[in-house]
Ligand binder design. Structure first.
Ligand code: ZN
Length: 214
């Protein structure tokens, strides 16, 4: 099955995306075996060079196949968001891999790509790397906001109701595209209700969910 939810008819593009996806599994393994343990700058450089390699392959393909603008955009976004996803995941995986007590302070440079994130591009809504990225990105920002503003000892974050309220509000403020917004809201609700079984908390959550996600 094509894992990309991509309905284009351009066979070369589909093959390319499939290839990127297959290699992505190798990259994923490399992340866990070697890369997440790198320090921030080194990790950043590595990710950037892997991303550039893929973009070069795409440009070669584009020369031969002369992709439509939309096809090119989708292929490029697949590559970009695949690698940005690893960066969103990095602080947490790095801490876990090295069994560190605290998350690293991460510079704004590390997250420079966030300036270019598209929250309202319909062409990307069902692109898997984009959606996977969005979930990690919103989780990362919610976590960082909460640990900076709400409580220093992680207590607030461990409170599922509180933490997921951050996520709902963040989606509300960032994501304009209707379908992406709905999908992300539903994803938060699903994960929350899977974990939390306290009736009173659930009522508070569902009320807020309905108010915000309308
Ligand atoms: Zn908080």
């Amino acid at each position: 099955m094509n894992p990309w939810y991509f309905t284009g008819t351009n066979e070369e593009l589909n093959n390319f995306l499939l290839e990127v996806f297959l290699e992505d599994e190798e990259v994923e393994q490399l992340m866990y075996s070697e890369l997440y343990e790198l320090e921030t700058d080194e990790f950043s450089e590595k990710i950037e060079s892997l991303r550039k390699e893929k973009l070069e392959v795409l440009d070669e393909l584009n020369k031969e196949a002369d992709l439509t603008d939309t096809a090119y955009e989708i292929a490029k976004a697949s590559i970009d968001y695949t690698f940005y996803k690893y960066k969103e995941n990095y602080p947490f995986k790095h801490r876990w891999k090295l069994r560190e007590d605290n998350l690293h302070e991460i510079s704004e440079d590390f997250y420079a790509y966030r300036n270019d994130i598209e929250y309202g591009n319909k062409n990307l809504t069902y692109l898997r790397p984009y959606y996977e990225f969005m979930k990690l990105h919103l989780g990362n920002i919610s976590y960082m906001t909460c640990s900076d503003d709400c409580g220093k000892n992680g207590g607030a974050i461990k409170n599922q109701l509180h933490f997921n309220q951050h996520k709902l509000n963040l989606i509300d403020s960032l994501v304009g595209e209707k379908e992406l917004r709905d999908n992300l809201f539903r994803n938060v609700a699903f994960n929350y209700l899977l974990r939390e079984h306290d009736v009173d908390s659930n009522k508070v959550f569902i009320d807020e969910f309905q108010r915000i996600s309308r």
